[in-house]
Design a protein around this ligand. Structure first.
Ligand code: UDP
Ligand code: MG
Length: 140
């Protein structure tokens, strides 16, 4: 996986609120090219696996329940400096702290139900991308 890719999910809250289109528009206007995308749903087991790094945290159970509560959009995005620039575009984890205009400021409702995921490093972008996509599903 090259350095200029990141992985995102539009989370179940944003899908339920009808914000898939608006969020994809923000992503594309932010200069990101979608190189892979699917509409899917995580089982509780898969959500638990995806967020295994947070297993010891008090919010883990709630997070797994939320992330498996409805469909998501998973995507791989390409741009120079993708990981860092995408974290800027989405804003802080807690929407109350997210900069105005960011995706979380606009669409998240709480620190848990915060509309989108964004990878936090190139290494995790690669791991998370291959969790959801095989090589033949990526069109770079
Ligand atoms: N989360 C939560 N409560 C918290 C912190 C995080 O429910 O106090 C959830 C939230 O959905 C967040 C996810 O767990 O997006 C992963 O947490 P992380 O700290 O990695 O935040 P992110 O990288 O998504 O900004
Ligand atoms: Mg994170």
């Amino acid at each position: 996986m090259s350095n200029n890719r990141t992985f995102t999910m539009i989370k179940p809250d944003a899908v339920r609120a009808g914000n898939i289109g608006a969020i994809l528009k923000d992503i594309q206007e932010g200069g990101f090219k979608i190189v892979a995308m699917k509409y899917t749903k995580l089982s509780a087991e898969k959500a638990g696996e995806f967020y295994a790094i947070h297993k010891a945290r008090p919010f883990y159970g709630e997070l797994v329940e939320f992330m498996s509560s409805g469909p998501i959009v998973a995507a791989i995005l390409e741009k120079d400096n993708a990981v860092e620039d995408f974290r800027k575009l989405i804003g802080s984890t807690n929407p109350a702290d997210a900069a105005p205009g960011t995706i979380r400021a606009k669409y998240a409702t709480s620190i848990g139900e915060n509309a989108v995921h964004g990878s936090d490093s190139d290494e995790n972008a690669a791991i998370e991308s291959s969790f959801h996509f095989s090589g033949t599903e990526i069109f770079g």
